[in-house]
Design a protein around this ligand. Structure first.
Ligand code: OGA
Ligand code: MN
Length: 271
């Protein structure tokens, strides 16, 4: 039997990796896994059942871990007893890239399915490299120098249309951030930087900017660029947060769904 196998799950995005826990944790295949992640946007290890310690150890073979949550394990849940920022996590129901109001979005995240929701809760990913590559040349040129201003408030307003003053104040604590719409990666590849944190296009008429953001989002989330993951307990999935957007199909607040996330720090500037 082979040490490791790569099985593409759709032509433009997502690859399943079949490998033993032992090989995974040894780090022997880390470079190949990183390369797959960059090429395919999403890699999935079905029912690999890593515990927290193993998850953090594996993540450490891929990059530097953000010290978030408990020893690198952050609880993604809508249960306020488990995560006091659960309200805010509902923004994930809309397409987004993590960390767009920071200087540079995070490199990648690992998500480990610990408890599932009986309904909803599938996670969807869109390949923003493929979406850029398939744009007509004239459009690539037209958008190449544009910048989008990202706001936490923009995505949160989609969930809370009548926010409390406390909510509004908490959103405003994240200053807005302008990023290039087209990310020129060190590799020479280019990807789109979109998502529901997009407030407006810098220097463009607000209405025209909003239309452009909506058109490009519709383009980038066409079926050929999207992979939907139907979770089974113990699945571990990694997304390249610099070359994909993601969202989760809404699930009930009291579903008990629990994902353990480990995130890798940014490695290249967004230019
Ligand atoms: C995240 C996120 C989606 C999910 O953790 O950043 O968007 O399916 N999660 O829970
Ligand atoms: Mn997210």
């Amino acid at each position: 039997m082979k040490d490791i196998e790569f099985i593409d799950l759709s032509p433009r995005i997502a690859t399943e990796i079949r490998v033993s826990q032992e090989t995974l944790l040894s780090g022997r295949r880390a470079q190949e896994i990183r390369a797959q992640l960059e090429q395919r946007g999403v890699v999935v290890f079905k029912q690999i059942h890593l515990d927290d310690e193993q998850q953090v150890a594996f993540a450490g073979t891929l990059g530097e871990i953000i010290p978030q949550g408990n020893k690198g394990i952050y609880k993604v849940t809508l249960d306020k007893k488990e995560n006091d920022r659960a309200d805010y996590l509902r923004g994930a129901f809309y397409w987004h890239i993590d960390g767009t109001t920071d200087d540079v979005p995070t490199r990648a995240s690992l998500l480990n399915a610990r408890r599932l929701s009986p309904t909803g809760g599938q996670t969807e990913f869109a390949n923003t490299y493929a979406a850029f590559d398939d744009l007509p040349e004239s459009e690539k040129k037209a958008i190449s120098k544009l910048k989008i201003v990202h706001h936490v408030e923009t995505i949160q307003r989609k969930i809370y249309d009548a926010p409390t003053p406390e909510q509004e104040a908490s959103w405003k604590r994240y200053p807005p951030k302008a990023h290039p719409l087209v990310w020129n990666h060190q590799s020479g590849r280019k990807s789109l930087v979109l998502g529901s944190t997009s407030s407006h296009v810098e220097g463009m008429d607000p209405e025209a900017g909003r239309r452009l953001i909506e058109e490009l989002t519709a383009w980038a989330t066409q079926p050929q660029f999207v992979y939907q993951h139907q979770w089974t307990l113990g699945d571990l999935l990694i997304w390249d947060n610099t070359g994909t957007m993601h969202r989760v199909v809404p699930y009930p607040l009291d579903s008990g769904r629990m994902m353990h996330r480990t995130t890798l720090v940014a490695e290249e500037a967004l230019v």
